[in-house]
Design a protein around this ligand. Structure first.
Ligand SMILES: *Cc1c(COP(=O)(O)O)cnc(C)c1O
Length: 459
């Protein structure tokens, strides 16, 4: 297009006021408040301007307003189809909840509950009561409390048991947990003075013992869940650390993070310490996440000896970090599945334990859905990840559909922007769709989205 022509069409873009007056848009714009109508028109005119500048046209049309209205009425938090193969993807909301947990949310969220009301006694009760007994049963700990997330749990436990005094921790365990948050910073925020012992790769019991002073309040052990050390390494197991703690009357706090309640079964998974392992080994307090390997809602679960948990429960930060009824409901329901040994009903566990043959068949199903729409895709073996800072060395085998297109990044971008976004991966210059986290009923939607984006591009 001639520059001149383009300028003419840019100048022809209508004003917001003019569009508001268009009779052809009266009905659509009349259905929303004026402020929303104006926002949609601004977006529509901007879209038309960008289109003119970047692609030379066409100019503004009513259809731009209809698309803008549809776009603005979409929720910002939406379901996406996870074709990354990462089961506990923090950016995609970590663990999907079980049907059992969803039913519980549905049952309690819309009305009143006995969240802090003791129905037996007719007086104020504890919001943790619904989960304490089942957590004790599942972990072997004496008592439990639940807060917003595991980072909050660590902050609270350290503040309650060690503020103003010293906490001893191995240099090999001063990890960054993601999103820029680092254990040493969380410790400092709690008011505990960090005393680092040992070296990056090796820490011995003597190192801890030699660092104890009258100022020491606790011994801290952080599970290196999101990275692995190999080679010339050694760490002090919880059993030994807790013996030292017991001798000196100091609590041993273990931040497990990943929070496996049962040993995980699944091809390619590595061993992960369970919460009851840590409790049995003598940890006085254990902290872990609700939405990592546990497969429940976001939460920070704190279990341990009654005297320590009582101090944690009564600390003012506990009030600041407390969970709401939605979390309590979903967590209670998730823990019931563990209690009843219904592990396959917990999506995170089920997704991790799928046999490779099943995944291969599902990938072939996706490939044939694509083929029936004229898109060629190959089925290939890929290696998945657990995600969520768990099992860094695990290499669960999975299958994926690889779509060979000229511009795979363009395809992935188009899929992100689809009505139901599909999140795939770029691998060796190809768009790759891992089927591990896709249900059979979602394959059709993934195939349709891929074809829609490729169709748009070729149009
Ligand atoms: C993931 C993790 C945390 C943080 O847990 P959130 O629930 O994300 O707050 C803390 N410590 C360890 C060891 C972790 O792996």
């Amino acid at each position: 297009m001639e520059d001149n022509d383009k300028n003419v069409r840019l100048r022809a873009l209508p004003s917001v006021e003019a569009v508001l007056q268009r009779a052809s848009l009266g009905e659509a714009l009349g259905r929303v408040p004026r402020s929303r109508a104006v926002a949609a028109i601004r977006l529509a005119v901007d879209t038309a301007r960008t289109r003119l500048l970047e692609h030379g046209g066409p100019g503004f049309a009513d259809a731009d307003v209809h698309s803008a209205l549809a776009h603005l009425s979409q929720p910002r938090l939406r379901p996406v189809l996870n074709a990354t193969g990462v089961v506990l993807h923090t950016n995609l909301g970590r663990a999907p909840l079980s049907a059992h947990a969803l039913e519980r949310l549905q049952a309690v969220a819309g009305g009143y509950t006995n969240l802090e009301y003791d129905l037996e006694e007719g007086e104020r009760g504890s919001r943790y009561a619904p989960v304490v007994d089942v957590l004790r049963e599942l972990t072997g700990a004496e008592d439990a409390v639940v807060v917003n997330n595991c980072a909050g749990a660590v902050l609270l436990v350290l503040a309650a048991l060690g503020a103003g005094r010293e906490g001893v921790v191995s240099r090999g365990e001063l990890i960054e947990i993601g999103g820029g948050f680092r254990i040493p910073d969380v410790m400092r925020q709690s008011g505990v003075r960090l005393v680092e012992v040992g070296t990056t790769n090796r820490t011995r019991l003597d190192d801890y013992a030699g660092a104890l002073t009258p100022e020491t309040a606790l011994l801290v052990k952080v599970h290196r869940g999101n990275f692995a050390q190999v080679g010339f390494t050694s760490e002090v197991p919880v059993t030994e650390l807790s013996r030292l703690g017991q001798e000196r009357g100091l609590p041993v706090v273990v931040d497990l993070g990943t929070g496996a309640l049962v040993p995980l079964r699944g091809v390619g998974l590595t061993a992960e310490p369970t919460v009851s392992d840590a409790v049995e080994a003598g940890a006085d307090v254990v902290t872990f996440s609700g939405d990592k390997l546990l497969g429940g809602p976001q939460a920070g679960i704190i279990v341990g000896g009654a005297r320590w948990i009582e101090r944690v429960r009564s600390h003012p930060l506990n009030r600041a970090l407390r969970v709401d009824k939605l979390t309590v409901a979903a967590l209670e329901a998730t823990l019931e599945l563990y209690r009843d040994e219904r592990w396959d009903d917990i999506p995170a566990l089920r997704l991790l334990s799928q046999p490779p043959e099943l995944l291969r068949r599902r990938a072939m199903q996706l490939a044939s859905l694509l083929a029936s729409r004229g898109v060629a895709a190959s089925v290939e073996d890929v290696v998945g990840q657990v995600g969520g800072g768990a099992m860094p060395l695990a290499a669960p085998p999975s299958s994926a559909c690889c779509v060979d297109v000229e511009d795979p990044a363009d395809l992935l971008e188009g899929l992100r922007k689809s009505e139901t976004p599909v999140i795939g991966r770029l691998l060796d210059g190809r768009a790759v769709f891992d089927v591990r986290c896709l249900g059979e009923s979602q394959l059709e939607a993934v195939a349709a989205a891929i074809c829609a984006v490729l169709g748009d591009e070729s149009a």
